[in-house]
Structures are given as structure tokens and as C-alpha cells.
Design a protein around this ligand. Structure first.
Ligand code: 9MJ
Length: 681
């Protein structure tokens, strides 16, 4: 006899989840669609009778009826990494050599080789085995909450099976299977709607739907290839075992994943997959190799936002010939004029291309590109298509040379080219509307002034309404002006104003980055601030003095000087300080001889520190002149080990690198070099 009520509801959910798994994950359905639908209808009926039994992980709850107004930001507990690219066998061999050196091993490294899916990276949070949140990758640190849309994907389990960690971020790729993509576009064509360019864009557009009912109609699927934060830590010693564990919990893992021996195993895998690529039901743009031993991954660590233990080996780009109809110039954030080719639309690598970048005037001259030419367009993955070369023998008689405009096509300020640099730039700065929105967005971004809530859309509104032209204007905004904007409530307006006010209390590196000086990124901004100590010292510095800053070459120095010499920029900086009230700590300029008490030291941090975060410790050490590295080598002067230090500690001990505890760190930060080696500074 059938159970009724709660027991039957649980049983139905278990059955439906098992059928989903057999269908989507194992590709071995054991019931017909009609039988599946009958079970679902029974569950719906029971839940209608007993609404108190509805839970978020019920399969009836996949599609929410709620239409969102936007996507909330989500901070990943562990950042989502991106991958470095290899474009040739030699690149892969170099990667393998670096891994050998860092791991200090001679034998073949075992790699896990995976197809590189061309979809959208997502992070799914499972708490006690239940899917509680899903987010896009975003900038790797913060993504957007797309839970309602991810829940509609039938191959994503709402509940994991078996013994699972209490908390787990699972990383994977959402994609649109090629068959589903073809069907979707056929339907769109029949309706006379616009077609999707490629499966990746279709998947991205589907995940960005505010109405999950729309997403539910899109044929999306997902494969999973890693984890972020887990509590407790996973036992798997190998990446391949970790994937097997994910699969056992009900998460789809790509069946093409394979372990291979050494770099030759990697390259053999690459060739066989490239050959079978046309038979796959999903788009891939290369292969990913990951060092299989997780302890080795830990030893290798990461640089910037990419792991040293993995690399993406990209397939060669696709190419197609077409006609160059015209060349227009686009103005970017720092005023760079980029020549853009307007093309006779052509299909390249599964996407229709009608615009392609020509990079800069030097490239145009080098490739001898003329309007009217037949050009070869090249496209690799989601990289912007480019004009690879010209078919010279097909050049028509009336082909025209491309002219760099003398005036900015947006604001008519003079266009300048700095000696030794390929790019031509508009000299308008914040006064050029093309640069204004981008420049304001850059000013407000997380690594610069970090004004939360001041996103591209709001900046667009503020500029279009004439409320803001340059950053200093932000600090004059008032509540009624902001809350009168479309889609801006009183509360969010107040939040944005509070965030703007908070940003007054800033640092010199953040300000220097935020100004948007061409070629000055985070590292250069920090180097300038450390070297000069104050804005006034930098403003008063000659080009030669700027050249004394580590890693600043003639082109960057020329940009900095040109920026500071422009009276409009000088006025803006004055307004930011005196009118807008920005303030930051300043120091006397650091003399060259006194480059910090820890100059010449290389330090590595590992484990959990009690007194401060690793980021804070890194910043302080760098300010004192030390170099903070990601992994231990013979060149390391000190390893600072917090609680639960792992393989870095073992490695330091085996290399006789002095290991400091937190008291040792304190000494270092006080400018002393504790019981260390007698190495010349
Ligand atoms: C893709 N796109 O298929 C990773 N990826 O691993 C695979 N991406 C990845 N792995 C670490 N298979 C960061 C990104």
C-alpha cells in the first residue's frame, strides 16, 4: 500500500531526484517521460493539499514565479580563479618545467586533463547537502546571485546524496548543449526573432534573465570541476578523486576527464580531444591540465588570480575571409583610440562577426590593411575577433588607406600619440564623454575608491542626467537628486551616498589608481605611493625622478607626467582634496638609499594568523620593502607560519628556510630581522 502525506512526499522527491540523476548524469533513464510526469503530478497534488510540506529542495520548486529586479552581489568564500593560457606545445612544456622546478621533482607529473568548456563559470553553495545559493564568477571575488535561474537547470541537484560536507562551494561551468542551441535558434528564426550568436552567449543570456520562467525554457546543463570553500575539508588526495566524489554526490562531471602521465600524456590527450571535438554535444575551446595531487597544488599555489597548478591549452583560432567595409575609431576609458573594422558579416568559429579589432595604427600599417580589402578574420573562443591579415592579391584598385583622426570622434579634443607607444589617445580625460562613464566606473571600482553600489548603470544615469561629470562631482550629490533617478529608492540612494562619504577616507595608492592615469594599474599606483609618499611629491617630480620608481619605464613615466601637467587633471585633483574632502595618509618621500628596512628580503606566508589577515601582513611587509612570494624556494628568507600550516612548512624545513611564528612576524614588522640567515640586504 502507498504511504500518504509526508512519507510519500519524501519518497516521490527521492524517486524524482534519482530519475533526474539517471537521465542527466548517467544518461541511462529507467522510466519513460510519461512515468516521470505522473510522479511529478502526484507530488504537486500532495503539495497543493499540504502546502506545509513544501521545501526549497522539492523538484516542484525548480521554477520560481518571482521576477527579480536585479541580481544581488555575492562574495565567494574562496575566490574563483581564472586560468593562464597556453597556445602551443612549447607553452605547455614550459608550464610543466615550471611545475617540476617548484615541486623539486624529476619524475613525470600526473595531470588531470579536462575539456575546457566554453560556458559560464558558476559557484554553487550547498549547505547540509541542500543547494542554498548559486552565483556567477563575476570578478572572481564577488559574483551575482543567480540562484533562481540555476535551480531551473534539471541536471543541477537541489539536494546532494550521501554523506556531504556541512558547507561546500562547488565550481563548474553552465553551458548550452549544441542540440538545444540549434533548437532554440530554429524556434527564434521561425518567430522572426533575433538569433543567438553562439551557445555561450545563449547560456549567458539565459542565466541573466530576471524571470526564472524564461530561464527554465532554455536548454541549459552544467559540468562541475572543482570546489571552493569546504567545511570540513575534503579528504580526496587527488583532483581526480575529488571529481569522483562530486559525481558520487550527484554532481555532473564531464565524462571526458582523464588522468595522464607527464607533459606527453597532456599533449596526446589534447590531440585526441581536438579530433573528437566535432562529435561533442558542447562547445569547448581547449583543454585544461591540472596537477593531480592536491598537496602539490597547494605547494604550487597561485599567482595573481590564476593557479600555478593548472593551465588552459587553447585550440587554434578559427579564421574566415570577408570584406573590410570601413574603419571607425572607438574611444576607451583612458582615451585609447582603437580602430575597429566594420566587416561584411561572416561566420567564424560558430559566431557571426561583423566587427573586429585592428588593435592600433601600427598594426594597420604593419598588416597594410586598407578599406575595401579582403581580410582574414580570426576568432578564438570569446576573445574579441581580430583582423589577422590581408589577401593582398585581391586588393581592389580603389582600396583606401586608413587615417588616424586628428580630433577625438567623441569630444573633438586633440588626439595624441606618445613616443614609443602604439596607441593614440584622446587628450580629453574626464572632459570626454566617452571616457567619463568608464573613468567614473574605474574611480569607484573596488580596488580604487571602492564605492559600493555605484555601478555602471547608476553612473550612466548620473552622467546622462548631467549630475556628475568628474569624480569630484560625486561628493556633491544630495539625496533628493539621487532618489529621483529611475529605479532608485530612498533607501538605496541613502546607501550609495553613505558609500560615497565613506570613500573620502582613502589611501594614496587607491587614489592614484582611481585617477585613471594611462598605464597606471594597481601595482604601479602602489609603487608610486611607496616611492613618493605624498601626492605633492609625485606632482613635483620630474620625469627622471618618476623613472626611479621600480618597474616604471619611459612610456609610463611620460603618461604620468602628461597627466599631471594637464591643467584639467590638476584642477580635478585639487577639487578632490579641498572641495570633495578626500584624505589619505601621507609620508615624506622615501630616499633611494633608504628603501625600507626589509629591502631585499623574500618572505612567504602560510597558515592562519591570529593577529591580522594574510593580506594585511602582506601589505605591511611590502611597505617595509620586503617581497612577499607565493611559494617557498631556496631564495626564501623566511617562512611565516600561522596555525595549520601545511606543505609550505614542510618544504621550508626541507630547504632549511628559517620559519617564524607570529612573534617573529612582529619583529619583522618592527623592522628587525630575527634569527635569520646572514644574507646581504
Ligand atoms: C572549464 N572551463 O572547463 C576550470 N574549466 O579550474 C575546467 N575551468 C578551472 N577547469 C580552475 N575544466 C579554475 C578554472
Amino acid at each position: 500500500m502507498r504511504r500518504s502525506g509526508a512519507g510519500r512526499v519524501t519518497e516521490l522527491r527521492r524517486l524524482l531526484a534519482e530519475h533526474d540523476r539517471r537521465y542527466y548524469e548517467l544518461d541511462q533513464p529507467s522510466v519513460s517521460d510519461a512515468e516521470y510526469d505522473t510522479l511529478m503530478q502526484e507530488l504537486r497534488a500532495l503539495e497543493t493539499q499540504h502546502p506545509e510540506l513544501i521545501t526549497p529542495d522539492s523538484p516542484t520548486q525548480r521554477v520560481s514565479g518571482i521576477v527579480a529586479t536585479g541580481f544581488t552581489p555575492v562574495k565567494h568564500r574562496v575566490p574563483m580563479l581564472s586560468l593562464d593560457n597556453a597556445f602551443s606545445d612549447e607553452d605547455v612544456r614550459a608550464f610543466d618545467r615550471r611545475a617540476h622546478e617548484r615541486l623539486a621533482t624529476d619524475g613525470d607529473i600526473v595531470y588531470c586533463a579536462e575539456p575546457k568548456l566554453d560556458g559560464l563559470a558558476v559557484s554553487l553553495l550547498y549547505e547540509a547537502g541542500v543547494l542554498t545559493r548559486a552565483a556567477t564568477r563575476g570578478d572572481g571575488t564577488t559574483g551575482e546571485d543567480i540562484s533562481a535561474n540555476i535551480r531551473t537547470i534539471r541536471s543541477v541537484p537541489l539536494r546532494l546524496s550521501g554523506h556531504v560536507p556541512d558547507v561546500m562551494e562547488v565550481r563548474g561551468e553552465v553551458y548550452m548543449p549544441l542540440a538545444g542551441f540549434a533548437r532554440l535558434n530554429a524556434q527564434a528564426a521561425a518567430r522572426g526573432d533575433k538569433l543567438f550568436v553562439n551557445p555561450r552567449n545563449a547560456a549567458a543570456g539565459s542565466l541573466r534573465q530576471l524571470n526564472p520562467q524564461m530561464t527554465a525554457q532554455r536548454p541549459l546543463a552544467a559540468f562541475f570541476y572543482g570546489v571552493g570553500f569546504t567545511q570540513p575539508a575534503l579528504a580526496a588526495a587527488e583532483h581526480r578523486q575529488l571529481l569522483a566524489q562530486l559525481a558520487a554526490w550527484g554532481l555532473r562531471v564531464c565524462p571526458e576527464v582523464q588522468t595522464v602521465n607527464g607533459v606527453d600524456g597532456c599533449l596526446a590527450y589534447y590531440r585526441q580531444l581536438a579530433e573528437r571535438r566535432p562529435q561533442l554535444d558542447y562547445q569547448i575551446d581547449g583543454v585544461v591540465y591540472k596537477v593531480n595531487r592536491r598537496a602539490d597544488q597547494e605547494t604550487l599555489g597561485q599567482v595573481a588570480r590564476a593557479p600555478r597548478w593548472a593551465i588552459a591549452h587553447k585550440f587554434p583560432a578559427d579564421e574566415a575571409p570577408t570584406t573590410l567595409l570601413d574603419v571607425e575609431f572607438q574611444v576607451g576609458r583612458t582615451g585609447t583610440l582603437t580602430p575597429v573594422a566594420r566587416l561584411q558579416p561572416v561566420l567564424v568559429g560558430g559566431a557571426t562577426v561583423s566587427n573586429a579589432t585592428l588593435h592600433n595604427m601600427d598594426e594597420i600599417e604593419r598588416k597594410d590593411v586598407r578599406i575595401g580589402d579582403t581580410v582574414i578574420v580570426r576568432r578564438a573562443g570569446d576573445v574579441i575577433p581580430e583582423v589577422a591579415r590581408v589577401e593582398l592579391e585581391q586588393r581592389p584598385r580603389d582600396a583606401r588607406r586608413v587615417q588616424l583622426p586628428e580630433k577625438c570622434p567623441v569630444c573633438a579634443s586633440p588626439v595624441i600619440r606618445i613616443e614609443g607607444e602604439a596607441a593614440a589617445r584622446c587628450s580629453g580625460g574626464f572632459s570626454c564623454p566617452a571616457q567619463r562613464k568608464e573613468a567614473l566606473g574605474h574611480f569607484a571600482s573596488r580596488r580604487a575608491l571602492d564605492i559600493e553600489g555605484l555601478g555602471d548603470r547608476l553612473i550612466e544615469q548620473l552622467v546622462d542626467a548631467g549630475l556628475v561629470q568628474t569624480p569630484a562631482d560625486l561628493y556633491r550629490l544630495e539625496l533628493p537628486q539621487l532618489s529621483a533617478l529611475e529605479r532608485m529608492g530612498e533607501k538605496s540612494a541613502a546607501n550609495v551616498l553613505a558609500a560615497i562619504a565613506r570613500s573620502r577616507d582613502t589611501t594614496l595608492p587607491r587614489l592614484l589608481l582611481g585617477l585613471g592615469i594611462p598605464e597606471v594599474g594597481e601595482a604601479t599606483a602602489l609603487a608610486l605611493a611607496l616611492h613618493f609618499g605624498s601626492l605633492a611629491a609625485l606632482q613635483g617630480a620630474s620625469t627622471e625622478q618618476i623613472l626611479e620608481v621600480p618597474d616604471v619605464g619611459p612610456v609610463i613615466a611620460a603618461h604620468i607626467r602628461a597627466y599631471l601637467d594637464d591643467t584639467r587633471h590638476a584642477r580635478e585633483v585639487t577639487r578632490l582634496r579641498s572641495e570633495a574632502g578626500l584624505h589619505w595618509p601621507e609620508q615624506a618621500p622615501r630616499a633611494r638609499a633608504d628603501a625600507g628596512p626589509l629591502q631585499g628580503l623574500t618572505v612567504v606566508l602560510t597558515g592562519t594568523l591570529q593577529s591580522m589577515t594574510r593580506e594585511a601582513a602582506t601589505e605591511k611587509l611590502q611597505q617595509l620593502g620586503a617581497k612577499v612570494a607565493g611559494s617557498v624556494s631556496k631564495k626564501t628568507d623566511y617562512l611565516i607560519a600561522g596555525a595549520e600550516a601545511g606543505s609550505k612548512l614542510t618544504r621550508a624545513q626541507s630547504l632549511n628556510v628559517p620559519v617564524l611564528d607570529e612573534a617573529g612576524l612582529e619583529s619583522l614588522l618592527a623592522g628587525r630581522r630575527p634569527r635569520g640567515p646572514d644574507r646581504p640586504a
